[in-house]
Write a protein that binds this ligand. Structure first.
Ligand SMILES: Nc1ncnc2c1ncn2[C@@H]1O[C@H](COP(=O)(O)OP(=O)(O)O)[C@@H](O)[C@H]1O
Ligand SMILES: CC(=O)N[C@@H](CCC(=O)OP(=O)(O)O)C(=O)O
Length: 286
């Protein structure tokens, strides 16, 4: 790239940098979008760049495939009920090992290598997340899967104020029992985004966004008004793993977050494209 073009690119980013400087952005990075190492590096670079220009970024990560791999290695079967992993006491130990021990530390190490200042945390640290056992109307048993009922974002806020990138795993301590709970990472990201009154909430996944027809990549819905989500669900357009993501975005917007986005973590630098250009990516909820 010519130096003049390079300078022009930076100048064009200026209004966007001014818009987000000092504001909080919560990014949820899903396990399926983490599998390709080159793409992972692009996400890491985006986060470090945002941090360097004064944007407060919190990275909440999943790691479903990492958990499943670990369970397979130790020969333990795992099953999902309504998109949530059935988590018995032994599985919970492996969930904690994979998320807090492996995925969290790998991301922290990559952020540090890329020049960022990152701190790895889980919801157990400083009681960031307190949860109760997850329930549904059918009283299904999900084991140690939790619903977050209390968030203490003060440590995360302090780290942001000091210029760190908090990297958060979706584990919570029990509100009424001395146990750890496995939390769906989309939900954990939504809760911390609301508690921090984030400016923007981004869910990175392995599809281009919400599509009218999953088989047709041309059918991406670029924006959805939250009041229209119910009819999309009734029409069966939103299903499977997309249901909790959409619900998290709806709740985040209803709780005052300006915009929430579901976008493709497989597009290199999709975070920067969304934040620092007029070209929106994925599906934006408003
Ligand atoms: N309308 C839709 N548009 C896009 N994806 C959809 C839709 N309905 C269901 N899905 C499914 O949701 C999946 C994304 O959820 P999930 O696999 O849980 O992601 P992650 O691992 O990033 O949390 C997609 O791969 C797709 O199969
Ligand atoms: C309760 C529940 O299902 N928890 C998830 C936590 C990790 C996660 O959400 O990871 P992704 O974002 O990569 O899907 C699990 O055990 O797989």
């Amino acid at each position: 790239m010519k130096p003049e073009t390079q300078a022009q690119v930076l100048v064009e980013a200026l209004p966007y940098i001014q818009k987000y400087r000092g504001k909080t952005i919560v990014i949820k990075y899903g396990g399926n979008a983490m599998i390709d190492e080159a793409l992972k590096m692009a996400v890491i670079q985006d986060v470090v760049l945002l941090n360097m220009v004064g944007v407060h970024v919190v990275l909440v990560h999943g790691g479903g495939p990492e958990i499943s791999n670990l369970l397979e290695k130790v020969g333990k079967e795992t099953q999902f009920i309504n998109g949530l992993r059935y988590t018995d006491a032994e599985t919970m130990e492996f969930v904690q090992m994979a998320l807090c021990g492996k995925v969290n530390k790998d991301l922290v190490s990559l952020l540090e290598k890329a020049g960022g200042k990152a701190v790895g945390l889980s919801g157990l640290d400083a009681s960031i997340f307190k949860a109760l056992r997850h329930t549904d109307i059918y009283r299904t048993d999900y084991g140690y899967v939790g619903d977050i009922i209390k968030v203490d974002a003060s440590l995360v806020q302090e780290l942001l104020d000091k210029g760190y990138i908090p990297v958060l795993s979706s584990i919570a301590s029990g509100y009424d029992e001395d146990v750890s709970y496995n939390i769906n990472a989309d939900l954990a990201a939504e809760k911390i985004a609301i508690a921090l009154k984030a400016e923007k909430f981004i869910l990175l996944t392995n599809v281009s966004g919400v599509m009218e027809d999953i088989e047709d990549p041309e059918s991406l819905i670029p924006s959805i008004q939250v009041s229209k989500v119910r009819s999309l669900e009734k029409e069966g357009i939103i299903s499977g793993g997309m249901i909790p993501k959409v619900q998290c975005c709806v709740e985040a917007v209803r709780q005052g977050i300006h915009s929430a986005n579901i976008q493709d973590g497989r597009i290199p630098h999709s975070i920067l494209i969304e934040l620092f250009s007029d070209q929106g990516v994925g599906t934006m909820f408003y």
